[in-house]
Design a protein around this ligand. Sequence first.
Ligand code: TRP
Length: 330
Amino acid sequence: MEQKKRIFSGIQPSGDLTLGSYMGAIKNWVALQDDYDCLYCIVDMHAITVRQVPADLRRRSLEQLAQYIACGLDPEKNIMFIQSHVAEHAELAWVLGCYTQFGELSRMTQFKDKSQKHADNITAGLFTYPVLMAADILLYQTDLVPVGQDQKQHVELCRDIANRFNGVYSETFTLPEPFIPPMGAKIMSLGAPESKMSKSDPDGCVFLMDRPEEIMRKFKRAITDCETAVKYDRENKPGVSNLLTIYCAATGKTMEAAEQEFAGQGYGVFKPAVGEAVVELVRPIQEEALRLMKDKAYLESIYQSGAQKAQALAQKTLRKVYKKVGFVAR
Ligand code: TRP
C-alpha cells in the first residue's frame, strides 16, 4: 500500500470561526481526510502573538475543536490537537530560529501589516511567528500545507529554512509545499469585497455560529453595485461575485445554475436568498457544535489523544534535530 501524503494545517483561536474559514479551509480539510494523513491544529501559541483575553482564548480554543468536529472532521481519521499541548513545537521553533535570518523575517508581508496595526505592541513573538509556523509544519514531515494565499509566503520561508538545515546537516526535513485545494472558495468581506473575509472586521464577516437573524441581516446589508444583474464578474462586480460564490458553496449549485436562477430578479431577492442558503448550511453544524460544547469530557478525550499521537510523531523529528545540531542525548 502506498504511504499517504501528510497534511498539516491550523487556524488561530484568536477569534470565532467564520464562514470564510469554513468554506475556504475546513470544508476542504473534510474532503481530504480519507486520502491524506492529516493533522489539524488549534494554534493557540500563534494566537498570543497579539494580545488575547485569557478566558476568551481558552473558550474559543475548545469551541474551535467542537466546531471542527461539527463541520465533519472525524477525530478517528485526523489528528486534532491544541498546539501548546505538544511542547516540541516551541522546542523546534527555538532551533529553527537559529537557522533563520533577521532579514528574511523582516520581509514577511504579514509581519509588516500586523506591526502597523499593532504599532504599540510589536513583540519578538510577532516577528518570529513564521519560525513557529515552520516548526509546526516540519515537526510532522509534512508534504502539503493547505493555506490561503496570505500564508503562502510563510510556507515558502518554511521550505527555505528546511532546505538550509538539510543542506548543513543532511536530509532531516521533508520539504513541504503550499497546497491550494482545487475546490477552495475564497470568501471575501461582505462590506468590502476587495478584501478577504476576516474575523477582525465584524461587519463584513459572518461567523459560523451567528444566529439566523444575524446572518440574514448581514446578507441583506452586503455591498453589491449600482447595477441589477446577478452575474459573476470578479473584476467589475466583486460584491455580487462573492455572494454568488457563497451561494454556490452553500448549495452545491454551479455558477451557471445560480446565475440562471436569479436572472431578472434583482438584488432584493438575491441577497436574502444567499442568507437563507447560509442559514440552512450552518444550522446542523451549529446544533452539533452546541451539543459537543456541553460534553467537555468528550472534547477533552479528543484533544488529549490528539496531542498524544501528535507528540509521538513530533518527538521523532525533534530527537533527530537535537542530535544533528550537537546536543547531548538525555
Ligand atoms: N499562520 C496561519 C494563519 O494565520 C496559521 C498557522 C499556524 C498554520 N501554523 C500553521 C497554517 C501551520 C498552516 C500550517 O492562518
